[in-house]
Design a binder for this molecule. Structure first.
Ligand SMILES: [Zn+2]
Length: 303
């Protein structure tokens, strides 16, 4: 029964970064360890995703961008925008993570929910990457479902503290994918794209105001959009402790947010595939704890 909880994870998720790099890459190792240690999941709950096929990259990304990635020909400026040192294994890693989100979507259709230990790379556009994002995993998975006829209407619930600008741009002219982004208005990216619904929050927004807003919007969206599957980007950079976040949610507020999203998906009987997204608190244990709450809450509500 509990084995129906499917979690995408591979050791390739943890990319080797230079000493002192600000991205807490170690979280991708600590999070599965923590979930196993505490007994929320067992080894068998994890699956190693396959490698994303080239034709599925090209469903979402331009051939020019893909050529630059696979030939390691990004300019210094393009590499800097991504924020990770460019090596072939960064591109490989992105392929496995995006395929993980595809497989999570398929498992979600079967079991109601499925989660990727990484992903949520919503700053990747069709033709370029930025903000630690190379490929847009949710866009790739959504386009895959549409192409295969496995979904007719998709909703992206992006609650990372940063706007889902890449996702908004990719689906700007695609009515079958509704993009909802709730984020810090004054946060990166400073030039926002237009999602189907953007809710920009002021600096220092606290949990009660945040949750009130979310609860006012989400059920109405499910009623209007009537998605047959949702993607949830559960970034934990909304925490007050986050160095980049500018909002002021407590650990418990963040958990309540996840709970509310899952409960709403359950209420409307919509399967949900979850990608983790950002988290940049000084203590990596805090980031891991907040991400672990997403898994604990899913396990508790679904299985
Ligand atoms: Zn973020």
């Amino acid at each position: 029964m509990v084995l129906m909880l499917k979690i995408a994870y591979s050791s390739i998720y943890k990319y080797a970064l230079p000493e002192g790099h600000r991205f807490p890459m170690v979280k991708y190792e600590l999070l599965p360890e923590q979930l196993l240690y505490e007994g929320t999941v067992q080894e068998d709950n994890f699956f190693a995703p396959d490698r994303l096929a080239e034709d599925l990259i090209l469903l979402t990304h331009t051939s020019r961008y893909w050529d630059k990635l696979r030939n390691q020909e990004l300019s210094r400026k393009e590499e800097r925008a991504i924020g990770f040192p460019m090596r072939p294994d960064l591109v490989e890693r992105g392929r496995y993570i995006a395929q993980g989100t595809i497989q999570c979507a398929l498992f979600a259709k079967e079991y109601g929910v499925s989660l990727n230990i990484a992903g949520g790379t919503h700053h990747a556009f069709a033709h370029r990457g930025e903000g630690f994002c190379v490929f847009n995993d949710i866009a790739i998975a959504a386009n895959y479902l549409l192409q295969e006829g496995l979904a007719q209407q998709i909703m992206v619930i992006d609650l990372d503290v940063h706007q889902g600008n890449g996702t908004a741009s990719i689906f700007a002219n695609e009515d079958r994918v509704f993009t909802f982004s709730m984020h810090g208005q004054r946060n990166f990216p400073h030039r926002k794209e237009e999602s189907d619904l953007d809710v920009g929050l002021p600096d220092k927004t606290e949990g009660p105001a945040y949750l009130k807003k979310l609860k006012a919007v989400l059920p109405r969206l499910f009623e209007e959009v009537r998605p047959d599957i949702a993607f949830y980007l559960s970034g934990v950079d909304v925490l007050a402790t986050d160095r980049l976040g500018r909002l002021a949610l407590s650990m418990e507020d963040c958990r309540e947010r996840d709970r509310y999203v899952f409960e709403t998906c359950l209420e409307f009987n919509v399967p949900v595939a979850v990608s983790m997204g950002g988290g940049y608190s000084d203590r990596v244990a805090y980031v891991v704890e907040a991400h672990a709450n997403t898994f604990r809450t899913a396990a508790e509500l679904y299985f």
